[in-house]
Design a protein around this ligand. Structure first.
Ligand SMILES: NC(=O)C1=CN([C@@H]2O[C@H](COP(=O)(O)OP(=O)(O)OC[C@H]3O[C@@H](n4cnc5c(N)ncnc54)[C@H](O)[C@@H]3O)[C@@H](O)[C@H]2O)C=CC1
Ligand SMILES: O=C(O)CCC(=O)C(=O)O
Length: 450
């Protein structure tokens, strides 16, 4: 079928230098080949050409004043990718590496992830090349206010509902929400990840990490195994990593690593979660400071392994949870994990494994949960926050957590059943892409050419 090649060629011509987006698109398109043999009508409706093109891309200038009184300028983005299933939904990323291609790959992944949740949410993503590292609270606030001063006119509780991602947590959502309210005069569910006293959902902060662990448990249960007693590797030290570690402990597993952009921490007795939270959520310090209280732990500075290899993935374990960023796990890393006996990978981050690394996992037929399925608990709980905002309620933790567990189990079932339907029962990448795509494509056909 020439459509994969032709579509990617067209994307390369019309949207140059968006390599992460091509990577995400190629994986989805390759997985759809068997679907189109069974259901060629998707091709007749030009769904492929339509789904790779965002419905709307907003790019804007953000001017703000730093603590020295100098005017700083950043780029801002919101990509409203696909609204077939509901209002655009997806996070905002503030990181110096952000380009329109980064936001496009994240928005594209979000379409299928959101479809897998079974909830009425379309796909979108946004962000900026602003670097929050080393900025004062006042600078963060002024930046967030400037960002929202443009974004507010494009979003709304029934059109587009942003949330957090890398560099955007509770503090930033607060400043963004305050500015939205000031500009519009409306107190409404336009952002998720809000504070618990002003419209947030209990359990949202924890949901992505908890969900990735539930997904791992679902994969292991299908193999007659459990997480209890297992040694686990976690990368990252932000929101997703911290609550992955918390839930792993609750499940009786032992997480022994975490990492940030400067290096990897290995504590063979298990990561001290209280200390990690204090360092990262309160002090916003480097992981190296962990050694002051635990000198027996090891800190490996980034770059210790050749060719971009990552120290986290070189430690003997049973399961691995990449929770930092895209393409943080290469084919060499994948091989090191397999050689070290890892048989379960659940991706808390978006597209953390390179395409070659994914191939290694699929060839080895281990339990591999791709990000768009395994980390969907975060956006799913965001939709639960939207539901609570609409009904002006706040649900208790037990209700939110029960729903999260149910949603993750459903996602796993859909991926596994679809993989089975297409003759590759262990391939949850195939299952996730086909199951997610079918829902969106069917809705697009129902809604006509728009
Ligand atoms: N926050 C959420 O609810 C969701 C987040 N994700 C994904 O999870 C991943 C982590 O996001 P959060 O924990 O929310 O962000 P965060 O900002 O709280 O933490 C990010 C972590 O990754 C590390 N990191 C970031 N860029 C890096 C780089 N270039 N090299 C090495 N380390 C790097 C940071 O040091 C930090 O420890 C991202 O891929 C994000 O897209 C996915 C679903 C939902
Ligand atoms: O909670 C949300 O709306 C979005 C979470 C997110 O950005 C993601 O799933 O990657």
């Amino acid at each position: 079928m020439p459509y994969v090649h032709d579509t990617l060629e067209n994307l390369r011509k019309s949207s140059p230098a968006q390599t992460e987006f091509y990577q995400a698109a190629e994986e989805v398109l390759e997985c759809l080949r068997p679907l189109f043999q069974h259901s060629p009508h998707y091709l007749d409706h030009s769904i492929i050409e339509r789904i790779v093109e965002p419905e709307r891309q907003i790019m804007f200038r953000i001017c703000w004043t730093d603590d020295d009184g100098r005017v700083q300028v950043n780029k801002g983005y919101r990509i409203q990718f696909n609204s077939a299933l509901g209002p655009y939904k997806g996070g905002l990323r503030f990181h110096p590496s952000v380009t329109s291609g980064t936001i496009k790959f994240l928005g594209f992944e979000q379409i299928f992830k959101n479809a897998l949740t079974g909830l009425p949410i379309g796909g979108g993503k946004g962000g900026s090349d602003f670097d929050p590292k080393g900025k004062s609270d006042g600078e963060i606030m002024r930046f967030c206010q400037a960002f929202m001063s443009e974004l507010y006119r494009h979003i709304g509780p029934h059109t587009d509902v942003p949330a957090g991602d890398i560099g955007v947590g509770g503090r930033e959502i607060g400043y963004l929400y305050g500015q939205y309210k000031r500009l519009t005069g409306r107190y409404e569910g336009v952002l998720t990840g809000k504070g618990l006293d002003w419209g947030g959902s209990i359990g949202r902060k924890e949901a992505t990490g908890y969900g990735a662990v539930y997904f791992a448990q679902n994969m292991l249960e299908a193999l007659g195994k459990a997480l209890e007693g297992k040694t686990c590797l976690v990368s990252g030290a932000g929101n997703v990593a911290i609550y992955t570690i918390e839930k792993l402990y609750e499940m009786g597993a032992k997480p022994v690593t975490c990492s940030d952009s400067r290096g990897t921490l290995h504590d063979a007795r298990g990561i001290d979660l209280d200390l990690l939270k204090e360092l990262k959520e309160v002090k916003r310090a480097s992981l190296e400071a962990y050694l002051e209280q635990h000198p027996e732990a090891t800190y490996i500075p980034a770059g210790e392994y050749p060719e971009g290899g990552h120290a986290v993935w070189r430690i003997k374990a049973d399961a691995a949870f990449p929770c930092a960023t895209q393409n943080e796990l290469t084919a060499d890393d994948a091989q090191a994990l397999l050689d070290n006996g890892v048989y379960c990978i659940s991706e808390g981050a978006n597209m953390p494994s390179t395409a070659d690394a994914v191939d290694r996992f699929l060839e080895a037929k281990i339990a591999y949960g791709p990000g768009k399925a395994a980390n969907a608990g975060g956006v799913a709980t965001s939709q639960l926050e939207m539901a609570q905002n609409s009904s002006m309620e706040q649900w208790p933790l037990e209700k939110v957590d029960e729903k999260l567990k149910e949603i993750m189990a459903n996602i796993h079932r859909q991926c596994a059943d679809t993989a089975e339907e297409f003759g590759e029962p262990t391939n949850l990448v195939l299952g996730a892409n086909i199951a997610g795509f079918r829902k969106v494509a069917d809705a697009m056909i129902d809604q006509g050419v728009v």
